[in-house]
Design a protein around this ligand. Structure first.
Ligand code: ADP
Length: 428
């Protein structure tokens, strides 16, 4: 079928020929008609070109026929492209949101080692910023030799190295390279500071428990080895108190370790009750006065609030006993010990303050670690296990409370248990 354009051309030339015939100038008229048609066509092409270059500013050629079909076809392809672009943009946005939500730092690296994209976590872990670091060589930003060796080796099978974060010397990262889209590579970095800390703590813990239990066991074994059936009664008599003391020590340590592990694993649920703080503190002070180490310490009790404390009675008694007994154990005879209960707008406080020798500043941060003792010889003499303050800290944590320790050598120490206001209640 002949297209409308051909008919139009033929009709124009024929009409021009007919008009030209009237004036005896048929060929000239036909030539002029062809010329006009060619010019009009050229004009349409120009319009089409301008419209293609800038569709928003220029109108499409409004010609009929094939030019119109071309325009419609182009319009359709454009529409298709627009919706494909929209879809791709939404995929890209979803990809970026997903990778940004990942807890790992991710850096996409080209074959030549230059960065082409990274997520936001990579900023805080590796100090790689996108788009600022676009096309920077990753080796220029992460200079740890272990990373550089892994990068140069080209290994992408998930093998990882531990490196220190370029931003923070206390942050340890696990870094691995994964092959990405053929020749590219993906750097994946994970913060493992806490995991490493926990591993060290577990290792130290096992070493400490073994060490602590070995001392009393060695004493007991030593005595038992020297005994035989013929041993005189006096020898037994002298050894028995020491053996009893050491077994008691082991018993306390194991009981405290079990209590601590129960608190840490949260196996025991908190039994919230309304505690009469005055009765609790008075009773713990009475117990403290029965301690062997009690030497007429001057214990003062200041009760500035009538409120009760909402907490687990057994646990709080254990925590406060630890603090008050420590104040008695680690201060000289007749030393003043001040115990205070008060409530203000920020919470409720139980304070145990002594005016003894105090603790040097560099010990304070580690004081609540398991088995940490300032003067291990002296503390062991006192029957201390180094677990007391760790227990206090865990009990308070379970109550959303906090333990603060202030101390000055020669002036004394202040232990503050800070409970949230929600843990106070008017006495029933
Ligand atoms: P311990 O069972 O050895 O008493 P703690 O965890 O209760 O263990 O205390 C840890 C260490 O803190 C003690 O060994 C002691 O050296 C020090 N300490 C605790 N309380 C006081 C205090 N009131 N004054 C001085 N030193 C203290």
């Amino acid at each position: 079928m002949m297209h409308w354009d051909y008919w139009r051309l033929i009709a124009t030339i024929s009409l021009a020929g007919f008009v030209g015939l009237l004036f005896d100038q048929m060929l000239v008229a036909m030539f002029l008609a062809v010329l006009a048609y060619a010019l009009w066509l050229q004009h349409s092409w120009n319009k089409l070109y301008r419209w293609l270059r800038n569709p928003k500013k220029n109108r499409s050629p409004s010609a009929e026929g094939v030019m119109n079909d071309v325009c419609r076809e182009i319009e359709w392809v454009r529409k298709q492209n627009r919706s494909r672009k929209k879809k791709l943009a939404s995929y890209l946005r979803r990809f970026q949101v997903t990778t940004a939500a990942l807890p790992d730092g991710i850096v996409v690296i080209e074959t030549d080692g230059r960065i082409i994209w990274s997520n936001t976590v990579a900023e805080s872990l590796l100090g790689v910023y996108w788009p600022q670091d676009n096309h920077v060589r990753v080796k220029n930003l992460i200079r740890d030799p272990k990373f550089q060796a892994l990068f140069d080796s080209g290994i992408t099978d998930g093998q990882f190295v531990h490196v220190t974060s370029p931003l923070n010397a206390n942050m340890q990262l696990e870094v691995k390279m994964v092959s990405y889209m053929g020749t590219g590579r993906l750097l994946v970095a994970r913060d493992i500071t806490q995991t490493l800390k926990l591993q060290t703590m577990r290792r130290d813990f096992v070493a400490n428990v073994s060490h602590e239990l070995r001392t009393p066991l060695t004493v007991l074994r030593g005595y038992l080895e020297t005994f035989n059936e013929d041993s005189p009664a006096e020898q037994w008599g002298a050894a028995l108190p020491v053996m009893q003391q050491q077994t008691e020590r082991m018993h306390v340590m194991i009981t405290e370790l079990l209590a601590l592990s129960q608190l840490e694993t949260g196996e025991k649920s908190i039994n919230q009750e309304s505690i009469d703080v005055q009765a609790l503190l008075t009773s713990v002070i009475d117990d403290a006065k029965k301690l062997e180490e009690y030497q007429h310490h001057n214990i003062e009790l200041e009760l500035l609030s009538n409120d009760d404390l909402l907490a687990d009675g057994d646990e709080i008694r254990s925590a406060i006993s630890n603090l008050i007994f420590n104040a008695v154990k680690y201060t000289p005879a007749k030393c003043r010990i001040n115990i205070k209960w008060y409530v203000d707008s920020k919470g409720a406080y139980i304070e145990v303050q002594d005016f003894g020798e105090g603790i040097a500043e560099h010990h304070l941060e580690r004081l609540t670690e398991r088995f940490y003792r300032v003067d291990s010889g002296r503390a062991q003499e006192m029957g201390g296990t180094g677990l007391g303050l760790a227990i206090v800290k865990h009990i308070l944590q379970r109550h959303d409370a906090e333990l603060t320790i202030e101390s000055k050598v020669g002036a004394g120490s202040l232990f503050i248990c800070h409970f949230p206001l929600t843990n106070t209640v008017a006495p029933s």
